[in-house]
Design a binder for this molecule. Structure first.
Ligand code: PMT
Length: 317
């Protein structure tokens, strides 16, 4: 099962319909923050889909709730980075992630007084909502957070390349944090039926093809000076660190964050060219709602700062 080249992938798959709008947003964001000497973190988050039909009713999905990416984006913002949050449509987002489901509605009180009806935050919810709201407002007031969304693997790659082209101007001040769960397999465009597959024709046989690894052109061509951190997801502990290390040797970027599906919320291994470092949350940390992403981002920011050879990042403006 051979994969085509990355150039072929872009030649065959057309850009998404909202691509030019997103490209303009990315360009403006990068130019503005570059002018101020800010650092920008591109955080990718959520899983990509592979459609089984052009008019898509069914698709193959990649597992990811967007927990890692959405939490990490908040911590990069706290460290003074501007953040491009490139996420799968309808997965968790920074700040709103704290109030998923009915949590937000449960914090509100409805005071019905005819035309003077008001809505207030329940007194015991203010302590929970206020700090998150304050950080959300501050990030938006500073123009420090840009959201761009994808669904399919080809939309993801078009956006990723466009973001890299805009980030290249920042040189080493650009940091890539590739936490999205990206499909390794897809169905070539010319083998995808236009309409919904019909069951009357019997069970379909679907031949998947390998997606070219975009880390290769990303590191060597698109953003050669950026600080690139990729992720490695495995389900077998024995493969985890060896595969992370072999990715690092192959692509020659700065770090692979290795995690197992089963333990990803309380354990990761940061695999660097010269060493590996485990980050482990205790049971008490997990109970207290500590995000492992706080420690992951702390360490990456420390290393990025050392790489830049300067003081820590001033707040993005
Ligand atoms: O969102 P959560 O539920 O919190 O889960 C977080 C996570 C487990 C999804 C996240 O921590 C994680 O591990 N993300 C990376 C998952 C992944 O795609 O792993 P991989 O081993 O298949 O790919 C390794 C790297 O190659 C990735 O950085 C990916 O961006 C890159 N890749 C993958 C496929 C491809 N065709 N080209 C690539 O460049």
């Amino acid at each position: 099962m051979a994969s085509g080249s990355w150039e072929e992938f872009f030649a065959v798959h057309l850009p998404p319909t909202d691509f030019e709008d997103n490209r303009s947003l990315l360009k403006e964001f990068c130019e503005r923050h570059d002018k101020h000497g800010n650092r920008i973190a591109l955080v990718t988050s959520g899983g990509t889909t592979v459609p089984l039909e052009h008019n898509t009713v069914r698709f193959v999905d990649n597992f990811s709730a967007g927990t890692r990416g959405s939490a990490s984006a908040e911590y990069f913002l706290e460290h003074g980075y501007a953040v491009i949050f490139m996420h799968r449509q309808k997965t968790l987002e920074p700040y709103t992630r704290h109030f998923s489901g009915q949590k937000l509605l449960d914090m509100l009180e409805l005071n019905e007084r005819g035309p003077n009806t008001t809505i207030t935050v329940k007194p015991d919810s203010v302590d929970v909502l206020a700090p998150v709201l304050a950080r959300y407002k501050a990030a938006h007031a500073a123009g420090a957070l840009l959201h761009v969304a994808f669904t399919t693997v080809s939309e993801y790659f078009w956006l990723l390349r466009a973001a890299c082209e805009c980030l290249a101007r920042l040189g080493p001040r650009a940091l890539l944090y590739l936490a999205a769960a990206v499909s390794d397999f897809y169905i070539p465009k010319d083998r995808v039926p236009t309409h919904k597959m019909q069951s009357e024709s019997g069970a379909p046989v679907i031949q998947l093809q390998l997606v070219p690894k975009m880390l290769a052109p990303l590191v060597s061509l698109w953003v050669p000076s950026a600080y690139v951190v990729s992720f490695k997801l495995e389900t077998d502990e024995n493969l985890l660190v060896p595969k992370a290390r072999s990715a690092l040797e192959k692509y020659k970027h700065k770090m692979v964050v290795a995690n197992l599906l089963q333990t990803r919320h309380h354990r990761v291994v940061l695999v660097k060219p010269d060493a590996s470092q485990e980050i482990l949350l205790t049971r008490e940390d997990v109970h207290a709602g500590v995000d492992i992403e706080a420690s992951i981002v702390n360490e990456i920011v420390r290393l990025h700062t050392a790489h830049l050879g300067g003081p820590s990042a001033p707040a993005a403006r």
